[in-house]
Ligand binder design. Structure first.
Ligand code: BTN
Length: 254
């Protein structure tokens, strides 16, 4: 295993990469059930971050598990206290854009946002976002597949997974990637906090993975038009009806 593959997300390794208020305070557990549980109900301030090298009960969307071998991934959750006027479902897109930018920074490849919460690289899902709301605060969990080999990726995922390693052929520094993610997330989140998706729309729209693709959304076949300025997904159904979808699971044709 190379030095890059083996490094941990411990506070002392990650601290040199923390440049803003996201990541402060920083709570690290070598292993935990889920980083979401380290923050939910904690009363910690905005930007507080929990990270681990291994989750025993990692949570994905739709009640699915999120699994990764020890020390292979970025597994982190960030505490947010969004203003009440903001539309909270947009936060998954905000976090996905931050993850896409951080992944682009380390791989020098273009990453795309697959509405509503995935990050795609070379048509593979390399990152997922889980936003959980409790008592007015939102804990946003981000999982990035970094150094898994092909046979360490889940076999039964609805969207074909990849890792930065399987796509670039190189291992990547998880601590540096987490620092970059937190820095970009803070900047993008602050923009959203101030003005919603308006100022971010160009960057999200430019990375819209589903645009023009044949999809199935919650069992219905359609063509995806685009992510709308309000964060919904516009689709054209096979009966030629144009609709905006608020949330759901989207499968696409390969
Ligand atoms: C998905 O694509 O289904 C969302 C996956 C979210 C996974 C991350 S890993 C860090 C945080 N802790 C969890 O238990 N889940 C999120």
């Amino acid at each position: 295993m190379s030095a890059v593959t083996a490094s941990s997300l411990s506070a002392e390794v990650v601290a040199p990469f923390i440049r803003g208020r996201f990541g402060k305070p920083y709570r690290y557990e070598p292993e935990c059930e889920s980083t979401q549980l380290l923050l939910l109900g904690s009363g910690l301030p905005e930007g507080a971050t929990a990270a681990t090298d291994h989750q025993t009960g990692g949570r994905g969307r739709m009640g699915r598990p999120w699994e990764a071998p020890p020390a292979s991934s970025v597994l982190a959750s960030v505490m947010l206290h969004p203003p009440p006027e903001r539309h909270l479902p947009e936060l998954s897109l905000v976090a996905a854009l931050a993850a896409a930018e951080a992944i682009e920074g380390t791989t020098e490849l273009t990453a795309q946002v697959k509405w509503p919460n995935d990050v795609m690289l070379n048509r593979r899902k390399v990152a997922g976002i889980l936003s959980e709301l409790q008592d007015g605060v939102v804990v946003v969990g981000i999982g990035i597949n970094v150094n898994q080999t092909r046979d360490e990726l889940p076999l039964d995922a609805p969207t074909e997974p990849g890792s930065l390693r399987t796509i670039t052929g190189n291992t990547h520094d998880r601590a540096a990637l987490l620092g970059s993610l937190l820095f970009r997330f803070e900047r993008i989140y602050d923009g959203w906090r101030h003005g919603g998706l308006a100022d971010l729309y160009g960057e999200i729209g430019a990375r819209d993975f589903l645009r023009g693709r044949r999809i199935t959304v919650d069992g219905e076949e359609a063509t995806a038009s685009q992510i709308l300025r309000d964060g919904r997904l516009e689709i054209v159904t096979d009966s030629h009806e144009t609709r905006a979808v608020e949330s759901g699971e989207v499968l696409f044709e390969r």
